[in-house]
Design a protein around this ligand. Structure first.
Ligand code: ATP
Length: 596
């Protein structure tokens, strides 16, 4: 992916070097060094001559706050805002020194102290009281900066790797233990495939470091109880851009997409995403041969890569001093290859060299290394990148696109909802109509069936209903002064009784007559019905009595049969006449049964 726009400005400056001499531990007595604010002088008479070195800062003791404030803080702020207030840079901080001289104490990556470090207490680490080191302070600084930078927006991603025995391992994904180094014009030298995690709080960062620390090679050696057996690189990529370009409105998005190019400066500058890189490196320390075989093997890899680092620094110093440029062996070790961008002068670099107070020879080597590094001139490259690799830009674009999609989806959804409501209402109406029709049909069917089933009361009701209807009709006719036609019942009754309708009598008289006749009919029907009911009741009672008698007879019959059987058996024994021997009760019962 080619960058849309990248601009570079160069400002030459020396690497910033700080030397810190740690206090003696319980096995050490006194110090071979006289430490002054920016100068360190050897005081040991074993040396043939006195050595004196000048650095940006020379410190003694354990105060990490002063070390951070003097050597690092400024650099981190520059990384965040872009120095000269215009652009972003690559910043590399590394700690260099012999084993057990205090490099890890400076960077302070000890995982079990990480979370308490955020609260800035005095921590006890391996029995020593320590303060938070460069890494937690830098993380805090980064987030403090973001809090105050109202006109900018940021996106931070971090990675964490180690170089152990010349293989590169992803500390955030330990199964990825043979990472490769690549280089291109846009990204410079980079390691791949390396896990990068987007972070949004200091806690996020420290949690990630803690995860990485758990996978790092740390062992006990002859010189240090918790010795780093690998070089580690903690990297934070800081993307930033002007907040005015964060407008995520659809209109502005469309303007951006349809813009014919980025030629117009104002329009272009709004879209610029600056990418800074902050590299915090904790080197393993040079050491003499260890007694343990594994430690010896690790030590030889550590020493070899540090030696290559020394050679690279020497060659760089030579070329900076105007001597004919020679081949710089960056590729001779993974460490120098990874540091190539920083060491070749395209970064702002701060080196913290640590020395032990009593180790003369090793400390002298460290100080010589430090003074060589001090002579290197770097040219921090200001990258203004409009590249679709910039996550910030990518995420913003995605947000705008998603918002636009969300809006159209919401509109579509609303329309769908409305048409669904209309359709639903239509369906509902149809269903209601259908149900109403079904209900009516059912009602009609019930009425019809009810009418078909005749009962005494239904018949009486029918008669009453038709009589009532006739009466109502007649009443209606009377009220309207119309001659009322004779009712069916009346006609029947008249025919039956031989009376002929005169047709000339007054309406009310005829009406009264008809009413009387009807009443008679009703009374007769009711009487008949009552009589029938009574007859039925009497018959039911009779039936009940008969059933009871039958039951009694059944019982008696079975008793008699038993008695008969008994008698027969007795007769058979006695050999006598049947009639003669029948008991009187049995003969009587026989007669009763016959009679019944
Ligand atoms: N400035 C200091 N003040 C007090 N104690 C210190 C200081 N620097 C280092 N120490 C202590 O010295 C011991 C060794 O320090 P540290 O582990 O940081 O050394 P190192 O250079 O990282 O060693 P290695 O290269 O073996 O990892 C630790 O116990 C540490 O607490």
């Amino acid at each position: 992916m080619a960058p849309i726009k990248s601009s570079s400005k160069r400002h030459g400056e020396n690497v910033q070097v700080t030397v810190r001499c740690r206090p003696p531990n319980q096995n050490e007595y006194g110090s071979c060094w006289d430490v002054q604010p920016s100068k360190i002088v050897s005081t040991d008479h074993r040396l043939k001559k006195q050595h004196e070195f000048q650095f940006d800062h020379v410190l003694y003791g354990s105060d990490n706050e002063i070390l951070y404030a003097k050597s690092i803080s400024n650099l981190i702020n520059q990384a965040m805002e872009g120095y000269n207030g215009t652009s972003a840079i690559v910043t590399t901080v590394f700690a260099y020194g012999q084993t057990a001289s205090g490099k890890t104490f400076v960077s302070n990556l000890t995982c079990h102290t990480m979370f308490s470090l955020l609260k800035w207490p005095v921590i006890v680490d391996h029995g020593n009281e320590i303060e938070p080191g460069v890494i937690p302070r830098s993380v805090d600084n980064v987030f403090d900066f973001i809090k105050k930078a109202c006109r900018l927006e940021f996106l931070l991603r971090v990675s964490y790797l180690e170089i152990y025995n010349e293989t590169i391992k992803d500390l955030l994904n330990p199964s990825n233990d043979n990472l490769k180094i690549h280089q291109d014009k846009i990204r410079g030298v980079y390691v791949t495939p390396l896990t990068e995690e987007v972070v949004t709080s200091p806690e996020d960062v420290l949690r990630i470091i803690e995860r990485g620390e758990a996978n790092r090679h740390i062992s006990s050696t002859d010189y240090n109880l918790h010795s780093s057996r690998s070089h580690t690189l903690f990297q934070m990529v800081i993307e930033s851009r002007e907040r005015s370009s964060t407008s995520t409105s659809l209109a502005s998005h469309r303007r951006t997409l349809t813009s014919t190019g980025y030629g117009h400066h104002a329009a272009r500058s709004k879209e610029v995403v600056r990418i800074s890189q902050l590299n915090l490196i904790d080197l393993a320390g040079s050491e003499k041969a260890a007694s343990d075989q594994d430690r010896r093997k690790e030590g030889s890899y550590i020493n070899k890569s540090l030696l290559t680092l020394g050679t690279v620094i020497s060659k760089l110093t030579d070329s900076n001093a105007g001597k004919s440029p020679s081949h710089i062996p960056y590729r001779d070790s993974k460490l120098t290859r990874i540091l190539q961008t920083a060491l070749s002068g395209l970064a702002k670099v701060a080196v913290i060299c640590t020395i032990s107070p009593s180790n003369l020879e090793e400390s002298l080597n460290t100080l010589k290394f430090a003074s060589r590094v001090k002579r290197i001139t770097t040219h921090a490259k200001n990258d203004e990148v409009m590249d679709d690799k910039a996550l910030l830009q990518k995420y913003r674009t995605e947000i705008v696109e998603l918002k636009s999609k969300l809006q159209s989806t919401a509109e579509l959804l609303q329309k769908e909802k409305e048409s669904a409501l209309i359709a639903e209402r239509r369906d509902h109406d149809q269903q209601m109509k259908l149900m109403r029709n079904t209900r009516n049909a059912m009602k009609e069917r019930i009425d019809h069936l009810t009418r078909l089933i005749l009962t005494s009361s239904s018949v009486v009701n029918n008669d009453l209903a038709s009589a009532t209807a006739t009466l109502q009709q007649q009443l209606h006719d009377i009220q309207n002064g119309l001659p009322s036609p004779p009712a069916d019942s009346e006609r029947k009754h008249s025919n039956a009784s031989g009376l002929a309708s005169t047709g000339g009598g007054s309406g009310s008289t005829r009406q009264q007559q008809e009413t009387v006749e009807l009443r008679k009919l009703l009374l007769k029907a009711t009487r008949e019905s009552n009589e029938k009911d009574q007859r039925i009741l009497a018959l039911e009672e009779q039936l009940g009595q008969q059933t009871a008698i039958n039951a009694q007879l059944e019982t008696e019959l079975s008793v008699t049969k038993a008695e008969l059987e008994l008698t027969k058996q007795l007769q058979a024994k006695e050999g006598g006449n049947e009639n003669k021997s029948l008991p009187p009760s049995v003969s009587q019962r026989k007669q009763q049964l016959v009679w019944r």
